[in-house]
Design a protein around this ligand. Structure first.
Ligand code: GLN
Length: 258
């Protein structure tokens, strides 16, 4: 079987609130199903982005985003081509913002994004009270469930932790939300909508880490990468997801959601 290749983009610069747990969750499930994998990263100054099946970009503080955005822009045409090929991208928080048109931080610094996602992000000011911080629970959008063939027998929610000053808005109808916010903020303080899906891209404000608490999404991501290689989908074995299930249900119970 061909290897599933994972490229951790800017692993040294964009990795906050345990985002590395997303990579660990992917490797754990690949291992569980005896699927061979290869993991590598792309860092500031690298000549090119090594081709992969799944790309991951974590979150970061404003200054981290500032330090990587120019480097990322050098790779715009390669990444755009990969998106066109339906490659899978998981983007968390600051990483999600960097795939949009821009992030204007509270100091007025303009951080240009790749513009692959037609979204814009602005931080209103530096006040802690203006930030979106805390646990977040989202009811999955049926369109997203269908596009990523998410096994909702595990759950039709996703849970995580968010901490962002940026307020994100869609500028185009070709994007869909990951779901409706039941607890927390999501993309911004107004719309009660979280995250974004466009082709193989999943953008989300969920840290926490995201995938270890949401294995149905891990399976969706891996299955999409397998599908791109004409390999049959793997089925979730819930008896092997005891800790993931406990972590997921803990948050749902805390907010009396199920
Ligand atoms: N710097 C961004 C913001 O605050 C992203 C933060 C993050 O990745 N947690 O909006």
């Amino acid at each position: 079987m061909k290897k599933i290749r994972i490229n951790h983009l800017y692993s040294q610069s964009m990795n906050i609130y345990g985002d590395i747990g997303n990579i660990k969750a992917l490797l754990h499930i690949l291992d569980l199903h005896n699927i061979p994998f290869e993991i590598f990263s792309t860092e500031i100054g690298d000549n090119k982005v090594k081709e992969a099946d799944i790309y991951f970009l974590g979150g970061g503080q404003d200054k981290d985003q500032y330090s990587v955005f120019k480097d990322l822009l050098r790779h715009k045409s390669f990444i755009s081509d990969e998106v066109k090929k339906d490659k899978v991208f998981l983007l968390i928080c600051g990483g999600y913002q960097l795939f949009g048109k821009f992030f204007l931080d509270a100091e007025g610094n303009f951080i240009e994004g790749l513009g692959i996602l037609d979204i814009e992000t602005k931080a209103p000011d530096n006040k802690v009270t203006s930030r979106c911080i805390g646990n977040i629970v989202v009811k999955l959008n049926p369109d997203f469930i269908q596009r990523f063939d998410i096994d909702t027998s595990f759950s039709d929610y996703i849970v995580g932790f968010e901490n962002h000053g940026g307020q994100t808005f869609f500028k185009n109808d070709s994007l869909i939300f990951l779901g409706d916010v039941i607890q927390g903020f999501g993309n911004n303080s107004f719309e009660k909508k979280e995250g974004c899906n466009y082709k193989g891209i999943i953008g989300t404000y969920m840290h926490g880490s995201f995938l270890p608490k949401n294995p149905h999404i891990t399976y969706g991501i891996i299955n999409r990468a397998l599908h791109n290689q004409n390999i049959n989908a793997i089925k979730m074995d819930k008896t092997k997801l005891i800790y993931e299930s406990k972590a997921h249900k803990y948050i749902l119970n805390k907010y009396q959601i199920v």
